[in-house]
Design a protein around this ligand. Structure first.
Ligand SMILES: [Zn+2]
Length: 266
């Protein structure tokens, strides 16, 4: 039996910043929903790289994953995502936006002569990991945030109602996670937010989010279906050794919603 709040919906759309986030943070819930004959779609947003030269954090990430070619890494990660979501009984959609570690600042053509454009130095939107995980979106991502939001609206318009949307809280401060959260909240504030795993193992900055987003409370936690979730996470073969040095820690999934006296979650 699903909780009464979830039972009201037939369709569930998870907005996953990267090709693994929804399963890492919500694998138990995804399996719970599909095993109750609910329709689950996981939309992954940042699924592409750019050509070298890479930022330092992109180089480090490639190295940790054991890859030389970012194109090959993202192509393998898409296959892994399809395998994991198929295993959990969910559908997938891979949008084609560029991952934060690879994003470059677009030259301002209006203010640049052809000569200067040819000689323009490539500048990354997030120059290092510290900036990329600062919890703030770069000013250079303003246009991207608007385009991502338009894409979310288009996806929402295609859904058969009633549909519930889910997105990350942004624990860990990754710019892509924050951008997705803000873009989803803009199209629909009635969103369930999930606590980002495994970032939430090391940090407790959920309080920071709650200070900035008054009224959001932890409405339910889920720790069942661990076997299925664990199996699904292991299908992200390129990511498991990077994310988990030993075993995958068994932690409860945590979900947040705007507080309301009239909603029953348990
Ligand atoms: Zn992520």
């Amino acid at each position: 039996m699903l909780n009464p709040f979830l039972e009201k919906f037939q369709n569930f759309v998870f907005f996953s910043p990267h090709l693994d986030d929804a399963v890492l943070s919500c694998g138990s819930l995804i399996y719970e929903l599909t095993s109750h004959s609910k329709e689950v779609l996981v939309v992954s947003i940042f699924t592409r790289s750019t050509q070298p030269p890479n930022s330092t954090q992109a180089e480090e990430f490639l190295d940790e994953c054991g890859y030389l070619d970012a194109g090959k890494l993202f192509s393998d990660r898409k296959t892994e995502d399809i395998n994991a979501l198929t295993y959990l009984g969910a559908k997938y959609l891979h949008l084609k936006f560029i991952d934060a570690a690879w994003r470059v600042v677009e030259p301002n053509i209006a203010n640049s002569s052809q000569f200067r454009l040819r000689n323009i130095k490539r500048q990354h939107v997030y120059k290092d990991a510290r900036v990329q995980f600062s919890g703030r979106i770069s000013i250079h991502d303003k246009r991207l945030k608007r385009i991502v939001g338009e894409e979310f609206t288009a996806i929402a318009n295609r859904q058969i109602q009633p549909t519930l949307y889910l997105a990350p809280v942004g624990v860990g401060g990754h710019a892509d996670h924050i951008l997705v959260r803000d873009a989803v909240l803009k199209i629909n504030p009635e969103v369930i937010l999930w606590e980002d795993f495994p970032y939430n193992v090391a940090t407790a900055d959920i309080d920071k989010f709650r200070k900035e987003h008054a009224g959001y409370i932890n409405v339910f936690n889920l720790s069942k279906n661990w076997l299925q979730k664990n199996q699904a996470i292991k299908l992200y073969k390129s990511q498991v050794p990077v994310l988990f040095k030993k075993e995958i820690p068994k932690t409860a999934e945590k979900y947040y919603f705007r507080s309301s006296k009239n909603l029953k979650f348990e």
